[in-house]
Design a binder for this molecule. Structure first.
Ligand code: ATP
Ligand code: ZN
Length: 293
C-alpha cells in the first residue's frame, strides 16, 4: 500500500511528490474544475515565470520583496566567462558574481497571468478564468506545508462592483462545502497578505478592515491550522492597472486560490497517509475509486 509522500530534498521547502501523492493532486484538479464549470469558465495553461516589469508595475516588489524569486543569467561573452572560471579555480571566487537579473521572475501567484488577458477591454458581462501554476515564494520557514515551490489553482472573476464580491462570497461557501465533502474541517478567517516591512503597516489594516482576504484553514497535523484555500477581493486595483472596464466603470476583480499540496497534506492529516484507506466517499470524489458523492 503506497503512502502519499512529499519527499524532502536538500533545500527546505522544495519537495518531490510520489505517484500516490500526485494521484490525489490529479483528483483535486478535476474535482475543482468540475464545480467551476457551470460558470462558463475559460481555462488556461500558464508558465511558472512571469514578466518582471509586470510584477514591478503591480507593486509586488514593494509589498513582498522577501518572497519574490528573481532569475539571473550570465550575459557576458566567452572572454568574460573564461575570466570568471579562472578566478573561480585560482581562489574559489563565486561562479555567479556576474549574473544579471533577467526580464522574468518566478511566478508567485497564478492569477497574475490572467488579468492581462483582458487588458484594455470593456466586458459585456463578467468573465471567469482558471489556471494552475507552479508558484515560487522564497518562504523563510520550513514548517510542513510551507513550501517554496507549490501548485496553486486559481479561479478569477472580473466584473462589476456588485457581481464580484457576491461571487467571492459564493465561492467561499462552495469551497467550504467541497472541503466538507472531502472530510476536511475548515475554519473561515479574515486574513491579510504577508506584507513586508513598511508595506505591512500601510496595507494590512485596510485589507483586514474591509475583509478583502478570506482564508479557509485546516489542520495539517502540525497543531497549527494553515490556509488550504483563499479568496481575495481586489476591488478596482487590477481593473485600473490593466484598464479593464465593465460598461463605463473600472472592472472589479476577485480570485479564489487552492494550494494543491497543502490540501493533500490536510487530507493525509485527516484520513491517514495511505489514500487507499481513505473513506470511500472521499476516494470517489477524487476519482480514486470508491463511491462518489
Ligand atoms: P494574491 O492576492 O497575491 O493573488 P493569493 O490568494 O493568490 O494571493 P495566497 O492567498 O497567498 O495567494 O495563496 C493562495 C493559496 O496557496 C493559499 O491558500 C495556500 O493554500 C497556498 N499557498 C500559499 N503559500 C504557500 C506555500 N508557501 N506553500 C504551499 N502552499 C501555499
Ligand atoms: Zn490570486
Amino acid at each position: 500500500m503506497l503512502a502519499a509522500s512529499l519527499i524532502p530534498t536538500e533545500v527546505p521547502g522544495v519537495g518531490v511528490l510520489n505517484s500516490a501523492f500526485e494521484a490525489v493532486v490529479d483528483g483535486l484538479r478535476s474535482s475543482i474544475l468540475g464545480f467551476a464549470e457551470p460558470e462558463d469558465t475559460q481555462a488556461f495553461h500558464v508558465p511558472p515565470v512571469i514578466s518582471r516589469a509586470l510584477l514591478e508595475r503591480l507593486g509586488y516588489v514593494d509589498a513582498f520583496p522577501n518572497l519574490l524569486g528573481t532569475l539571473h543569467t550570465f550575459v557576458g561573452d566567452n572572454r568574460r566567462w573564461r575570466a570568471v572560471q579562472a578566478a573561480r579555480l585560482a581562489d574559489g571566487a563565486p561562479w555567479h558574481s556576474e549574473q544579471t537579473i533577467s526580464d522574468v521572475v518566478a511566478l508567485p501567484a497564478t492569477c497574475y497571468h490572467l488579468y492581462p488577458l483582458v487588458a484594455h477591454q470593456t466586458l459585456a458581462q463578467p468573465v471567469t478564468m482558471t489556471a494552475e501554476a507552479s508558484c515560487y515564494r522564497h518562504e523563510g520557514s520550513s514548517e510542513l506545508g510551507r513550501l517554496r515551490s507549490f501548485r496553486m489553482r486559481e479561479v478569477v472573476r472580473i466584473g462589476g462592483p456588485d457581481d464580484v464580491p457576491a461571487w467571492r462570497d459564493e465561492w467561499l461557501t462552495r469551497a467550504r462545502t467541497w472541503f466538507d465533502g472531502l472530510g476536511l474541517k475548515t475554519s473561515v478567517e479574515v486574513a491579510t497578505d504577508p506584507f513586508f516591512g513598511d508595506a505591512a503597516r500601510m496595507m494590512a489594516p485596510p485589507q483586514r478592515q474591509e475583509e478583502l482576504k478570506w482564508e479557509l484553514r485546516a489542520d495539517l497535523g502540525t497543531g497549527q491550522a494553515q490556509a488550504i484555500a483563499s479568496a481575495n477581493y481586489h476591488k478596482d486595483h487590477f481593473g485600473g492597472l490593466f484598464d479593464i472596464r465593465t460598461g463605463g466603470d473600472v472592472a472589479h476583480t476577485a480570485c479564489a486560490a487552492f494550494g494543491l499540496e497543502r490540501i493533500v497534506l490536510a487530507l493525509i492529516a485527516a484520513h491517514g497517509e495511505s489514500p487507499e484507506r481513505w473513506p470511500a466517499s472521499v476516494r470517489g470524489a477524487l476519482g480514486l475509486g470508491g463511491t462518489g458523492r
